[in-house]
Design a protein around this ligand. Structure first.
Ligand code: ADP
Length: 286
């Protein structure tokens, strides 16, 4: 894969774009990627951000999915328009620790498709990182559209090499193949992978209380092992997760001890550990 135009066909290393000063005030950056749509990437991003905020970390959640922004719905913020201070966007406060900005806040009509070419999308993403009053954040979680196209590329380049990826997959082989590409994408850009999460992994039956493996599971773990990246766990299909997302409630806040909530918690704890390590590195370099 080569995102630069190059006549010789040789791979040229991608250069990070200029780092805006706003980003320098963010200690850790976690970009949530998936190879395919519909594997629960936005659900994981929203729960991760909510979980970090509930752990007491100053958190930002940025949704750069131009074509299908679902964060406003999942976070119960649909229809909200952020305030502006001059040219600066004031993020919407989900709670005192979590600031949210989504492409969905700015689309005039959610029913109309957005037809933007790559450079336009890149410009908007730059604005979301540069011209938003994020303030001092412990962690910024970025929800990207699926695949390895313009948006994840712009996000990674703008955030720089210390941004890490959280790759969400479903257990099916076809999704796993796509995730392999996401991991390769991060490697090529020089961004570490925080870990792989297997969502929709088994079904949590609320009647008997157990998780049934209705499809095969474990593909994400095998892929993590083969790629040498941490495996952060399996999140089962849980009707409460979907219901909470539809109702705009952060799942972690409503169901604290179910298998899905415990699995989400593992992801949150990995992100907390990463943020602590990133803060320590920043302090050492200061
Ligand atoms: P993506 O961002 O990958 O396109 P979403 O996060 O929008 O996927 O999730 C797709 C659908 O699956 C949503 O309706 C969501 O509520 C549901 N969903 C995601 N994860 C789970 C889960 N673990 N259990 C039940 N429903 C889930």
């Amino acid at each position: 894969m080569n995102h630069t135009s190059c006549d010789s066909g040789a791979q040229k290393p991608l250069q990070p774009l200029e780092v805006p000063s706003a980003i320098a005030r963010i200690k850790s950056k976690i970009v949530v990627l998936s190879g395919k749509g519909g594997v629960g990437k936005s659900t994981v991003a929203a729960n991760l951000a909510a979980g970090l905020a509930l752990e007491g970390l100053k958190t930002g959640l940025l949704d750069v999915d131009v074509h299908g922004p679902s964060i406003p719905r999942i976070m119960g913020l649909a229809g909200i328009k952020p305030d502006m201070a001059g040219d600066t966007i004031l993020p919407v406060e989900w709670n005192w620790n979590l600031k949210v900005v989504s492409m969905g806040f700015f689309l005039p009509n959610p029913d109309e498709p957005v037809i933007w070419r790559g450079p336009v999308k890149g410009g908007v993403i730059k604005q979301f990182l540069h011209q938003v009053a994020w303030g001092d954040l412990d962690c910024l979680v970025v929800d990207c559209p699926p695949g390895t196209g313009d948006e994840p590329l712009s996000v990674m380049q703008l955030l720089g090499p210390d941004a890490v990826a959280l790759v969400v997959t479903s257990p099916q082989d076809v999704a796993i193949d796509d995730v392999r590409r996401s991991v390769a994408f991060c490697r090529e850009l020089g961004n570490p992978v925080l870990g792989i999460v297997e969502n929709l992994s088994g079904f949590h039956c609320h009647q008997c209380g157990t998780v049934h493996d209705i499809f095969k599971s474990g593909g994400g773990e095998k892929l993590a092992e083969a790629s040498g990246v941490p495996f952060l766990g399996r999140i089962p299909i849980d009707t409460e997760v979907g219901k909470a997302a539809d109702q705009g409630e952060a799942y972690l806040a409503v169901k604290g001890t179910s298998p899905a909530a415990l699995a989400f918690r593992q992801v949150v704890l990995a992100a907390v550990a990463h943020t602590e390590a990133a803060s320590a590195t920043l302090r050492a370099g200061a």
